[in-house]
Design a protein around this ligand. Structure first.
Ligand SMILES: NC(=O)c1ccc[n+]([C@@H]2O[C@H](COP(=O)([O-])OP(=O)(O)OC[C@H]3O[C@@H](n4cnc5c(N)ncnc54)[C@H](O)[C@@H]3O)[C@@H](O)[C@H]2O)c1
Length: 272
């Protein structure tokens, strides 16, 4: 049995598409707050020849993340971490989105930064939504990047947000900034870390947005995409596979946008 292990947090559509590319021949640990979700995906992957373990994990809970790290390190050499655990604006309150998408991600990166193997790589799935935010001040940017994880949710400009879309955008901006801020430290261990900011990707989470309270907004965005359609989890996996492989060895501390042109359309829709 391979001693190398890939850890996936959030065993949803995008995460599973990614690990299908990068966990062949390795052990795979699927973590999800809903253990039945991880088990269901594990069964399908086992049928396809993957060597899969599962664990219930709430990424927003320190004890739960500690257990995940302990389990992963006992299984083998951690060569990959992919964090796709997230809640979208129609799925949760602003506070819960900050807990999972902002604090949970920061907690995972802190915890795994101490155990990743030499030559390993981590990937966080952020969102093109974070590219729609009005520019933050330098002080806010620095605070999202560097504030100790336990103090993140007490930042005044975080605490004052009640709108779940704004919370999602700020949390995902936090993802790209935490990744960039960690890259130097990870480099000292011989590990890389990157973020992919995805646009509308057809998954259960995106369907909740396309049918939720902001459906008019999302459907208009979808209709107007320069790419002419939404993306698929496999298209995100194409990019993830490159980043996580040897071919991506020079990519670290980066945020890669894959959004069918949504950001370009939002900011700079040149008419002529
Ligand atoms: N689908 C899109 O259009 C899109 C666009 C941009 C960004 N994203 C981001 O990509 C990531 C994956 O999204 P997806 O579309 O695959 O969604 P998905 O709903 O299929 O997967 C998300 C998974 O995260 C799990 N999860 C939720 N809270 C958790 C927690 N506290 N701890 C552990 N697991 C938890 C869910 O149970 C689910 O299995 C999310 O972070 C999402 O914000 C998705």
């Amino acid at each position: 049995m391979s001693k190398e292990i890939i850890v996936l947090t959030g065993s949803g559509a995008i995460g599973i598409a990614i690990v299908r590319r990068i966990a062949v021949g390795k052990q795979l640990l699927l973590a999800d707050i809903k253990i039945e979700q991880a088990e269901k995906q594990a069964q399908e992957l086992r049928n396809a020849g993957f060597n899969v373990h599962t664990i219930a994990c709430d990424v927003s809970n320190r004890e739960s993340v500690n257990q995940l790290v302990e389990t992963a390190t006992k299984l083998g050499k951690i060569m990959g971490l992919v964090n796709t655990a997230g809640l979208s604006p129609s799925q949760a309150t602003a506070q819960r989105i900050f807990e999972v998408d902002l604090y949970g991600n920061a907690l995972l990166l802190d915890s795994f930064s101490k155990v990743m193997a030499k030559g390993s790589a981590a990937l966080v799935i952020g969102s093109q939504s974070s590219h729609r935010l009005e520019p933050l001040t330098f002080a806010q940017t620095k605070a999202l990047a560097l504030t100790p994880t336990e103090a993140l949710l007490d930042l005044p400009f975080i605490k004052q947000v009640n709108d779940s879309l704004k919370a999602y955008q700020l949390a995902k901006r936090g993802n790209t900034l935490r990744v960039q801020a960690q890259a130097v430290k990870w480099g000292r261990r011989g590990a890389r870390i990157n973020c992919i900011s995805a646009g509308i990707i057809h998954t259960p989470l995106a369907n909740d947005e396309l049918n939720g309270e902001r459906k008019a907004f999302y459907r208009k965005m979808l209709q107007e995409l320069p790419a002419g359609r939404g993306g698929s989890p496999d298209e995100v996996a194409n990019l993830a596979e490159l980043i996580m492989s040897e071919k991506g060895a020079y990519i670290t501390g980066s945020d890669l946008l894959i959004d069918g042109g949504a950001t370009a359309k939002f900011w700079w829709d040149a008419k002529d």
